[in-house]
Design a protein around this ligand. Structure first.
Ligand code: HSE
Length: 310
């Protein structure tokens, strides 16, 4: 095999109660990447279509950074060229850098006949995430490599748990067309958290996970709360609380900031309701004249997908 084309999906990290530890893979929104073997060693980003802000430079491009960390671990006498077709807007909060970071190592691993495990690929992809946000976190890359909903128990020794997905669980995501860099929305976070808030957050994370295991939508609803990060970050997102309220008033189980924002997610039971929630969320941004993209997605159980091979 000399060439592979993959679909690398968008994702929603945090899911309110799981800052830096929960992530969900989306279905119908993502990037395509073509990865080809080259005679020359190393990695080259040949072209990025659909986003002029993404650098080609190997020291700045997250796909190249994660690919290089993989290539440093093996000895092969050829290299790789990566062409990226962006479907996910950078700075939107739904894992644009993760799609590139995870996609490049997933694709290269296929071309070199899979010597690396999923956990090793997560570790390589985290190098790209480190460049994008200043901190190596795995909550966007893990659901892409493992599929579904993932819990990151540890990133020191990578320990990722695939959580069960209750039937008919949908995510509605509204992306107000403003850009937020993850490094910026991380830089405003408080580093000291009260014991009371820590207890509340732990209890909600436990409740959410328990709800997934037991198909208890009511417990999921009660648990989708973020008392630590959302109060600080929400100031960066126009009409955040109005949008969140309209999602919940229209039947969402919960709603919050998608990753580091500005996108806002709502978790909803059933596709019809997920679309209705999307309309309600949209109305708030229409009122203030802010352009947006709207996505309604089932949870993608498989993660990154191979589209073709040559
Ligand atoms: N957990 C990360 C954050 C996800 O919220 O900063 C964004 O990359």
């Amino acid at each position: 095999m000399n060439e592979i084309k993959i679909f690398s999906p968008a994702s929603v990290a945090n899911i309110s109660c799981g800052f830096d530890v929960l992530g969900v893979c989306l279905n119908n929104i993502g990037d395509e990447m073509v990865i080809r073997k080259t005679k020359k060693k190393g990695v080259v980003i040949s072209k990025v279509h659909g986003d002029r802000d993404i650098p080609l430079d190997n020291k700045k491009n997250v796909a190249a950074i994660s690919a290089s960390s993989l290539l440093n671990k093996i000895s092969i006498n050829h290299g790789f060229e990566i062409e990226i077709f962006k479907g996910i807007k950078s700075g939107s909060g739904i894992g644009s850098s993760a799609a590139s970071s995870a996609g490049s190592v997933f694709g290269i691993n296929k071309l070199i006949e899979k010597p690396f495990s999923k956990n090793e690929l997560i570790k390589f992809a985290m190098e790209g995430e480190k460049k994008a946000s200043g901190t190596a976190h795995a909550d966007n890359v893990a659901p892409l490599i493992c599929g579904g909903i993932t819990l990151i128990r540890s990133t020191t020794e990578i320990d990722v748990i695939n959580l069960p997905i209750p039937d008919k669980l949908f995510l509605t995501i509204i992306h107000p067309k403003i850009k937020l860099k993850t490094s910026d929305s991380r830089s405003i976070l408080k580093h000291k958290v009260s014991l009371k808030k820590t207890i509340d957050q732990m209890a909600n994370l436990g409740g959410f996970i328990s709800g997934l295991y037991t198909n208890d939508f009511n417990l999921i609803k009660r648990s989708l709360k973020d008392v630590i990060v959302e109060p600080t970050r929400s100031i960066l997102i126009p009409e955040f609380y109005k949008i969140k309220k309209s999602a919940i008033d229209n039947g969402a189980l919960g709603s919050g900031i998608a990753g580091s924002g500005p996108s806002i997610y709502a978790m909803v039971k059933g596709e019809k309701k997920a679309r209705k929630v999307g309309e309600a969320m949209s109305e708030i941004l229409i009122k203030i004249g802010l352009e947006f993209n709207l996505h309604v997605s089932e949870i993608n159980r498989n993660g990154i997908k191979v589209l073709s091979k040559k």
